[in-house]
Structure formats: C-alpha cells, structure tokens
Design a protein. Sequence first.
Length: 222
Amino acid sequence: MTGTLDRATIERVVRQVVYDRFAKQSDPSTSAAPRLVVNISARHIHLTQEHVEVLFGAGAKLTPFKHLYQDGEFAANETLTVIGPRQRIITEVRILGPCRTFSQVELAFTDGISLGIDLPVRKSGDHRDTPGVYLQGPKGILELKAGVIRAERHVHVGDSDCRFYGIKDGDRVNLRIHSDCPTTLESLLVRHNPKFKLEVHLDTDEGNACNLTRAKLVELIK
C-alpha cells in the first residue's frame, strides 16, 4: 500500500532541505576555498596630486597604463627616476594610481643595495624613521624627505575571506608556496577592507627566491 503526503508535510520537508543546503553554503568550514592570487609587486611609487604636478607640470594627471587586480587601482603610464645617495639612480620606476594622501617609494632589498639605502620594512603609510630620495620627472625634481620603504609582505582580504580563514585586520598568516623551490613565508600582515579581493603581495626578491612564477600551488595557513 502506497501512502501520500499531505501538503503541509511536503512544505515542511522542502523548507528543511532548503535550510540545510543554505546553512552548509554559509558555513565557512564547508565552503570551497576562495581563489587566492599571489602577485609580485615590483618597485613602484605612490604620489599625492600635489607631487604629480611638481614632477609633471601644473594640472597633470596620472593616466592608466594597466589596471591592477584590486578594483580601481592601476599602473600609470608615468614613470620617474629615483636618485639615491651619491647620485646612484634607478630609472623608469612606475607610478601606481590613483593618487594617495602621501607619497611613498616601495623598493625591493636589492634595489636598496643598488641605491645605497638601508631599507626599513614597513606597512604602507608608516614612514617613521624612513629614508628619503630625490624623484626626477620631466617637469621637475622633488626631494622626498621620508617614505622610502621595503613594503612588508601582506595579504588583502575581504569580508568573506576573513570568515573563511578566521582572521581579521592586523592578524598574521603564513604563505606556503609549492614550487621547485618550496618555501613558507611567515608573518604576512592581514589587511582587510570590504572592497578587497583576496591577494598576496610579495616583492621581487621574495617572488624570485621561491620561483613563484612556476608555483603549482599556494596556500594561506595560520
């Protein structure tokens, strides 16, 4: 004998199935891992609009050359020459846009050696006790009295990434890189913003040391 389900029972079963499926998708422990992007951040410069005009002329604006992974950010067509102590220079250092509220030069360790500068490792925007350089553009030269750093390795995270990994702004995580030069980079600074996409930034020295371009797998671990 085959029974039939009444409408109320059917609706209850359907509601439970939908609830169970939604709960599973919302639980970070059962969700698929978010897409992790690891990029090498080559030497670059951030400028205020005031300093753009000093170096490129009154009314000058940065113009996009290539859009970057984070929404709204771009590598500009404009480049500068960085002049260090004893007139050591690095030419064609690209500016990243849009303009910021501070000017800053981010270099790798080997760039610092080339310029004769002992680079401090700093979070972007932390210019305490940092050296300066001269910046030369097509319309002027600017003495940047501070703000030359080696940016500490970090990971950009959004809200869902924080939930998945169980982390928050200011935490530290490790990055495991599976390549022919397997490496674990420790103590990446977590930088959270609801608009961020999950992305790790390493400098060229770090990327080359682990042969990042040939990595088969990258993992964030606590």
